[in-house]
Design a binder for this molecule. Structure first.
Ligand code: BGC
Length: 396
């Protein structure tokens, strides 16, 4: 098997505003972190202060060998009150994009990554149709200010996770377990994605636009059991298919995956004996990337180019990170060999950062951050993945 990736294959790393910037007090996540009884282990606080240190982080990303950096813009900073747009915040993100370009890497901008302004949530949130209109207005203003500097745009990051964990499992804000509202949130996200694509396209600049979707390798156990298979089908529909349907005609689909889920005749069953369970509670299972790419390609009939927009592992064992990524990339190479159009790989994450309700415990970064000094220290896995990116080949 060749270890080379095709010419033009893109290599990047990713972060999201709330997980790295710090001080994002005006969104629903900050409120959730400070809500008594919420499952958050600790508040985000200053995070890793990327609001101030972005240039350093982007310089590191570029120096390691990556050609793009995926980050998100924070709606609650850009529109702190309804219709009040912060020129200063927009200028800040112009500087972030410009820093990428100065360091020779492409800015990949996500317009919504989990967080929503407090005022939007106070007026309803994602189960309310008016949130879609508010989101579209925000995107129109933001793309108007930033579009000429954007290299690639991601509309909404993992809407399926925001809806499922926020409205069905109650672990993320708004902390509900209400299946009617869950359905409405899913529908609104689908609607928001469909309607925002032409808005982003109509702004300044000319860049690919797509959705980034959380995918899982859903496996029926036993494989031939009809009830288990039906369970997999239901899971796929609610988590993946309805969103992939909304992506028809897009420039790319962002595949993001971390593990698998085994589903028995009566629903999800836990880890398989002999498999290691990671800090986040799921199995070490890097093979999920190949499975999810194949499934996305098959479901969309090969009509949408794919890009791995997130893949990674939260671990303190940096050798394990390298093993995980190696297996995942072998899977990508296999897919490419079979003619699947996979155009790039983005590692989550550039930095150890705020892992939502889990706080700072899971360490996904290829760069370690000492949060008492905000000092960055590249891990060996980062040096290695940078070499892979430069060689455009899975080298040791
Ligand atoms: C999210 C990230 C998160 C990562 C690791 C993805 O679901 O987009 O924000 O940190 O997974 O759990």
């Amino acid at each position: 098997m060749t270890k080379n990736f095709p010419d033009g294959f893109r290599w990047g790393t990713a972060t999201a505003a709330h997980q790295v910037e710090g001080g994002n007090w005006n969104n629903d996540w900050w409120a959730w972190e400070h809500t008594e009884g919420s499952p958050c282990e600790e508040p985000s606080g200053d995070a890793v202060d990327q609001w101030h240190l972005y240039d350093q982080d982007i310089a590191l990303c570029a120096a390691l060998g990556f050609d793009n950096y995926r980050f998100s813009i924070e709606w609650s900073r850009i529109e702190p009150e309804p219709g009040l747009f912060s020129r200063a915040a927009l200028e800040h993100y112009r500087r972030v994009c410009a820093s990428c370009l100065t360091h020779g890497i492409e800015p990949v901008v996500t317009f919504h990554h989990f967080t929503t302004p407090r005022w939007v949530v106070a007026e309803g949130g994602w189960h309310t149709a008016s949130t879609v209109d508010r989101f579209l207005r925000f995107c129109e203003v933001a793309v108007g200010a930033l579009g000429d500097l954007i290299g690639r745009a991601c509309t909404i990051n993992e809407p399926n996770i925001v809806a499922t964990i926020g409205y069905h499992l109650g672990f993320f804000p708004p902390g509900l377990t209400d299946d009617t509202l869950y359905r409405q949130a899913n529908d609104n996200f689908v609607d928001a994605h469909r309607r925002v694509v032409p808005i982003l396209k109509a702004g300044p600049g000319d860049f690919p636009v797509g959705l980034t979707l959380s995918m899982t390798d859903y496996q029926a156990v036993p494989a031939a059991d009809a009830d288990a298979q039906a369970g997999v089908g239901r899971m796929r529909w609610v988590m993946e298919d309805q969103f992939m349907d909304a992506c028809a005609g897009d420039d790319f689909l962002g595949v993001q995956t971390y593990s698998r889920m085994r589903i028995g005749p009566k629903g999800p069953i836990g880890a398989e004996e002999g498999y290691e369970t990671l800090e986040m509670g799921y199995e070490y299972y890097p093979e999920s990337l190949e499975a999810c790419i194949r499934r996305a390609w098959e479901y969309t009939g090969g009509a949408i180019p794919l890009l791995v927009t997130e893949n990674g592992i939260g671990t303190n064992d940096d050798d394990q990170r390298r093993r995980y990524v190696t297996t995942a990339l072998e899977g990508v190479l296999d897919c490419i060999a079979d003619g699947i159009d996979v155009r790039g790989y983005t590692y989550w994450s550039l930095l150890d950062n705020f892992e939502w309700a889990f706080g700072y415990r899971p360490r996904f970064g290829i760069i370690d951050v000492d949060r008492s000094t905000q000092r960055r220290l590249v891990k060996p896995s980062g040096e290695w993945l940078g070499r892979v990116a430069r060689a455009n080949a899975l080298i040791g």
